[in-house]
Ligand binder design. Structure first.
Ligand code: FES
Ligand SMILES: [Fe+2]
Length: 345
């Protein structure tokens, strides 16, 4: 099924067919084809203790996991008891082992089942399926990611953008704020708006006064893209005012002089999305300066335009559009990835 096709040549390409957004069946299919096969953000490793229960992409994957940090390593395990399915760890804690509170099955912190009461005589027990599944897991710059069944290695997923998470950018970050925005629009409409700076002069008057639109640049990698915005002053100093990293399908890491704003786009339905903003600050003094200041106003402007598109794409007269070959490379790249993932067997 390659119903979703986007021409690799942006000059020839038409945008993704509108029914990708409007048909609830495609939304359901995208959960397994796109979200289960991609890498998802768990948390900043700076923010958690030894044994931490979490949900991988709530509302979409809803996968209960537990992140275990020991002196030597960090792992991400299924948080579901292999006996009859109870959630194992309910609260963050420190522990030497994990014990199920239903019938007492015990697991080592590496997921191995170590004991089970009243199972004498049970055949072929224990075997490997009694251990907790270890999820594919990765860490970069102190941020933790996991996946249900990734279509690629984490290193391939971040290929070309690892440098953004280098020591200078990610040391000394403190999580100072967490905020959720509810947007009445399909998740991909929210992402594709993020992926182009084309709309800045029209939609974001305040931001437009700060960034030098002419020097705005988009670089594409296999599963990600980076938009770089300069202000006039920073352009001369060759320092970016902001770098906007998008990791397919739904993660945004915005690098500002003050630190990093992480946005996790969480689909709720085919016409509702929650966007979680996590603010990691390194230098408070720079918070109100430049492109990283007043993110709330920019967000409200983006939401208004994205919600308007949500109404527009339902029109009988709208099927798809075309791309600006110089300003919409990021959106084209995103649509190509959606078409690729939706077409996989
Ligand atoms: S469900 Fe965990 S021991 Fe029974
Ligand atoms: Fe915007």
């Amino acid at each position: 099924m390659s119903r979703f096709f986007v021409d690799p040549d942006i000059k020839k390409a038409e945008t993704l067919a509108a029914d990708f957004y409007t048909d609830p069946a495609n939304f359901e299919i995208s959960k397994e084809k796109i979200f289960a096969r991609s890498w998802q953000f768990l948390t900043g490793g700076h923010d958690i203790g030894e044994v931490t229960p979490m949900t991988l992409l709530p509302g979409v994957l809803d996968e209960p996991v537990v992140v275990v940090r020991t002196a030597g390593s960090t792992t991400c395990l299924s948080n579901v008891c292999t006996h009859r399915g109870k959630i194992l760890v309910e609260e963050p804690c420190s522990a030497d082992l994990i014990r199920c509170r239903y019938h007492g099955r015990r697991f080592a912190l590496d997921g191995r089942m170590i004991s089970m009461p009243e199972f004498e005589g049970v055949e072929n027990f224990p075997n490997r399926s009694d251990d907790l599944t270890k999820l594919p897991f990765a860490e970069i710059g102190g941020f933790l990611f996991a996946s249900v069944s990734p279509s690629c290695e984490f290193s391939d997923w971040v290929e070309g953008v690892e440098g953004l998470f280098d020591h200078d950018a990610t040391t000394g970050l403190v999580l100072t704020g967490r905020r959720e925005y509810e947007v009445n629009a399909h998740w991909a409409l929210y992402c594709e708006n993020y992926l182009e700076g084309f709309h800045i002069p029209y939609v974001h008057k305040g931001l437009n006064a700060v960034v030098d639109y002419g020097s705005y640049r988009t670089d594409m990698f296999r599963y990600s893209s980076v938009q770089t915005a300069f202000s006039g002053e920073e352009l001369r100093a060759d320092r970016a005012a902001a770098r906007y990293l998008f990791l397919f399908p739904n993660l945004m890491f915005n690098f500002y002089p003050w630190g990093i704003s992480v946005n996790i786009v969480r689909p709720v339905t085919h016409e509702k999305t929650v966007v979680e903003f996590l603010t990691y600050v390194r230098d408070e003094n720079l918070l109100e300066k430049g492109a990283g200041a007043d993110l709330h106003t920019v967000e409200m402007e983006d939401e208004a335009v994205v919600e308007s598109v949500q109404k527009g794409i339902r029109s009988r007269f709208y099927r798809h559009g075309r791309y600006s070959a110089t300003k919409e490379q990021g959106t084209h790249h995103f649509h190509r990835l959606i078409a690729e993932f939706m077409s996989k067997a």
